[in-house]
Design a protein around this ligand. Structure first.
Ligand code: GLN
Length: 193
């Protein structure tokens, strides 16, 4: 059966995700409205600016529709700002910033100081034979994670890739390299639902 993977396209780095999903053989659509959300079986929330995305999610009416789909178990993959949107708690969020609380983690948006705003490093990912080259751009940090969360990768002490049920999050940008293994891990969740 053909499955459609949506990419939240309100703001941020959504096109690179679509490119990877197409390479993996999936149909992909940009999601900006509740009607477009109805077309998809799974959703990627890209990097960008979580405060802006939060605002646009509310004004577009998508916040409520995505929330409902998440409660029904739709697979979702949040990268960077997308991870912030899916978190239970945002420790240094703006007061009007909303998140879905879909995964039991608390995040710090601006945890990495200005001097290391962006960096690249190889990380070991659970189940991968070779390391994954991870690109971090003003990356959020997972400051706490609950018992139900499975850690898939760390950078030093920090958890940088994690999963709880059909929700996967990465603090880095896997769409910016030609290595498709992390997207493949995510699309694998579609087989489980
Ligand atoms: N720090 C950004 C935020 O708060 C996230 C950065 C990113 O997505 N590359 O949304």
């Amino acid at each position: 059966m053909s499955r459609v993977v949506g990419v939240l396209a309100l703001q941020g780095a959504f096109e690179a995700h679509q490119h990877v999903l197409r390479e993996l053989g999936f149909e992909t659509v940009q999601v900006r409205t509740p009607a477009e959300l109805e077309l998809v079986d799974a959703l990627v929330m890209p990097g960008g600016e979580s405060t802006t995305m939060s605002h646009l999610l509310v004004t577009s009416g998508l916040f409520e529709s995505i929330d409902a789909r998440l409660k029904q178990g739709m697979p979702v993959f949040g990268t960077c700002a997308g991870m912030i949107l899916l978190a239970q708690g945002v420790l240094d969020g703006r007061s009007d910033q909303k998140s879905f609380g879909a995964i039991d983690i608390d995040v710090k948006r601006n945890a990495y100081g200005r001097q290391i705003d962006s960096f690249e490093t190889d990380i070991a990912v659970d189940g991968f034979v070779d390391d994954f080259h991870a690109v971090f751009i003003r990356a959020p940090q997972i400051a706490r994670y609950g018992d139900g969360v499975t850690v898939l990768a760390r950078h030093g002490q920090d958890v940088v890739l994690a999963r709880q049920g059909s929700v996967m999050v990465a603090s880095f940008h896997p769409e910016l390299t030609s290595d498709m293994r992390i997207h493949s891990l995510f699309t694998g969740l579609l087989q489980e639902v």
